[in-house]
Design a protein around this ligand. Structure first.
Ligand code: CUA
Length: 166
């Protein structure tokens, strides 16, 4: 069968592009361990309010300087609704919802995740600028969606202990 030269070139080019795409997926997945989080940690939505961790959400500053922020997102608020964290330290957010899907977006930062009932959403980020940040729910969750918000205060020089709270 005769295949025109230009057609051959395009066939090989298309095949090469597919190989490059598949290789890049393989590289990011296995080489860099970049994967969308899924089914990592599950929790019964009905037990969230009595849970050891999520039943008393808040900010914990560990001895090594790292910070964990446990947040409950529900219709139509976040708990705690005022979160204080130190500047320049890794802050790990752990979130879940006892009711429906919510969003958790720290405006003007790269902190942004969905909060899905049945799952624990977790991400770690470091805030380099002190200040007052707005946290909003960015998933439509019902009639009070537009009022669902909280406040993040990034401050200089916070000592170890438990802060934040509601
Ligand atoms: Cu919660 Cu929208």
């Amino acid at each position: 069968m005769h295949v025109d030269l230009y057609e051959k070139i395009w066939m090989w080019a298309a095949a090469a592009i597919i190989v490059v795409f598949l290789a890049s997926i393989g590289f990011t997945t296995f080489g860099r361990a970049i994967q969308p989080p899924s089914h990592v940690e599950m929790i019964d939505p009905d037990s969230v309010r009595g849970d050891r961790e999520f039943g008393s959400p808040g900010v914990t500053i560990h001895e090594d300087g790292s910070v964990t922020v446990v947040v409950q997102a529900f219709m139509y608020a976040f708990l705690p609704n005022e979160i204080r964290v130190p500047r320049g330290r890794p802050v790990t957010f752990r979130l879940t919802s006892p009711d429906v899907i919510h969003g958790f977006q720290i405006v003007q930062t790269n902190g942004n995740t969905m909060v899905v009932p049945g799952y624990v959403s977790q991400f770690t980020t470091t805030f380099s600028q002190a200040g007052d940040y707005l946290i909003v729910c960015n998933e439509y969750c019902g009639l009070g969606h537009h009022v669902m918000h909280a406040r993040l205060i990034v401050e200089d020089g916070v000592t170890a202990g438990r802060g934040g709270g509601r």
